[in-house]
Design a protein around this ligand. Sequence first.
Ligand code: PBE
Length: 301
Amino acid sequence: MKLTKKIVGLGAVALFAIGLAACGNDDDKNESGGDTTKTVGESVDNKITGIDPGAGIMEATDKVLVEYELTDWDLTTGSSAAMTASLKKAYDKEQPIIVTGWTPHWKFAKYDLKYLEDPKGVYGGEEQIRTIGRIGLAEDLPEAHKILSQFNWTEEDMGEIMVAIQDGEKEDVASQNWVDANEDKVAEWTNGVEKVDGDKIKLAYVAWDSEIASHNVMKIVLEDMGYKVTLTQVEAGPLWTAVADGSADASLAAWMPLTHKTYAEKFEGKFEELGVNMEGVKVGLVVPTYMDIDSIEDLKK
Ligand code: PBE
């Protein structure tokens, strides 16, 4: 990732970009992040704060515990919102915490955080977010199929919406503001598409901050093209099942090639890949920069 490229714009966008630039930066250690006589494990009760059990990052983190021989460690389950609440609580008191984290996410704009290095590569490298559709979508809803296939944006785009929502803006308002300010981008997605007259389409998503932003934007774009759009919020497993059995038309939430590999393999042949909607995304273990550790290997000490 070219870090300089990330530092663009002003305000929330710049903050967000700087947050991204800080990923993997290991020369910004501050305080020790807790009692120096304790090991990292002792300082966090051998606990990694996870999210919803169906998330790909949870499966990968279970694998991390095995591969790095962190046998006496636990990964707690909860939700994306509970994870960020725990992170805030710890961060405000400068207490140690280890969370399952991902980019793009507003937490890098709000807090000084870093990814722990993953020398074994369990979390993979740069991931992509891909759009998936049910079999038959191209025939049944060709205009939507085209929009969904043409949809792609950047971490900075998504970051603007996530930060606005985190700052208290309603999801639909933050998304509408972005759409209004980015007509050129939206015009690329709708290029060559005819308006429809109230056709129904159902998009499935998980309540991850990144996916809340993307699905709310797509809802507005499809509505502006004449669709009646339903957003259904589900867990990751039911999301893939819904696209595979046709009860949802599409989702913008397929993190590949690694994060959702198990789902993609399970439903192989039962969905259509409609293209990459974002490049260079990432998942891993994230800690505040005040913690004096750099690598997942350091958790063993
Ligand atoms: N996430 C955000 C998801 C994909 C999007 C990293 C939490 C996951 O782990 O499945």
